[in-house]
Write a protein that binds this ligand. Structure first.
Ligand code: RIB
Ligand code: CA
Length: 319
């Protein structure tokens, strides 16, 4: 019986998703039973293709890859190619994958994986919009309580600071599918949430990117190139990212960090609400309530230096 933690990663690569996937692949205590693609930073076809590129680049073609939902539950589709590039990976040449993705749809794969496990043995890392996860819960409600641990990168909760990176009020993963997020935050019995403001504490600045490049492995150098490209774009056209940020927030890698070393993060228990009013300027905004419903552990702090060192150490363990 393997003592490794079985996980499914639901993702929309995406520059920060790429670093997160590398980190998860490098963790000796994690067994990635599948990676599922969702529409988000780029459309689901590009996301699925990028997952296979990244797996092959890190010599992990043993991990099955599944295509999921190609559009949000209700709202119109949005992407974030302005920062991630038209191909989703800043134009970096990760090569063409030599293997195919799975025929089975991501939603059916996740349902089957969760329902066949007798006890809670599979954790889910959701680092893109929550369309796939919500569709899983809607199609088979029993799955919600079969998840060992659900970790979500998304949302923004600080009352007195930048509240969104996709609009002034909404973080991208939430804005991209607010209705899916509302379903997941209501149905999952236990969620760890890594919001935007925690990712912004772990910024990949120039010095960090140089340390990554100095590792001098193919994955570390690729990671450095991706982050450098994103940092340049943010500097020239910051969009809704905080303009004082010199670098790229390590959003999705923080979610992997929370899975691997939760002690690096601190948060508070409560419930999460999502604004699903498409006519509101606050569409996609998330709010936190400390009250009787306490299914969400929303992080507000990360030990940034320990986390960033962990990311470098993990990258050094890859090809
Ligand atoms: O707001 C940051 C999140 O949106 C990250 O997951 C990033 O990859 C994008 O999906
Ligand atoms: Ca992502």
């Amino acid at each position: 019986m393997s003592s490794k933690t079985k996980i499914i990663i639901d993702t929309d690569p995406g520059i920060d998703d790429a670093l997160a996937l590398f980190m998860a692949m490098a963790d000796p205590n994690t067994d990635i039973v599948g990676i599922t693609a969702v529409n988000g930073n780029v459309d689901v076809n590009k996301a699925e293709y990028n997952i296979r590129r990244l797996c092959e680049f890190a010599w992990h073609t043993d991990i099955p890859v599944y295509k999921g939902c190609d559009k949000p539950l209700k709202r119109s589709k949005i992407n974030a190619e302005w920062i991630h590039g038209n191909d989703g990976l800043a134009g970096f040449d990760f090569g063409t994958p030599s293997y195919q993705g799975e025929e089975e749809n991501a939603v059916d794969f996740i349902i089957k994986s969760l329902m066949k496990s007798s006890e809670k043995e599979i954790s889910i890392l959701a680092i893109g919009p929550l369309t796939n996860i919500a569709t899983v819960f809607l199609k088979e409600p029993k799955t919600a309580s079969k998840i060992r641990e659900l970790i979500i990168m998304g949302g923004a909760f600080c009352e007195d600071g930048p509240r969104g990176n996709a609009t002034p009020y909404a973080e991208f993963n939430m804005l991209a599918d607010p209705h899916a997020a509302e379903i997941v935050f209501n149905m999952a019995p236990q969620i760890s949430v890594i919001p935007m403001e925690v990712g912004m504490q772990a910024v990949a600045d120039k010095d960090f990117i140089e340390k990554m490049r100095d590792i001098n492995t193919r994955c570390a150098c690729a990671g450095a190139d991706l982050l450098e490209t994103a940092a340049k774009i943010l500097k020239d056209c910051p969009g809704n990212e905080p303009v004082n940020q010199i670098g790229t927030s390590l959003y999705d890698p923080c979610a992997v960090g929370c899975l691997i070393r939760p002690a690096l993060f601190s948060g508070r228990y409560g419930s999460v609400q999502v604004n699903t009013d498409a006519n509101s300027e606050k569409f996609g905004m998330t709010s936190f309530e400390e009250g009787s419903k306490r299914n969400c552990l929303v992080m507000h702090k990360v030990d940034r230096e320990s986390f960033k060192k962990m990311l470098l150490d993990y990258l050094a363990a890859l090809p």
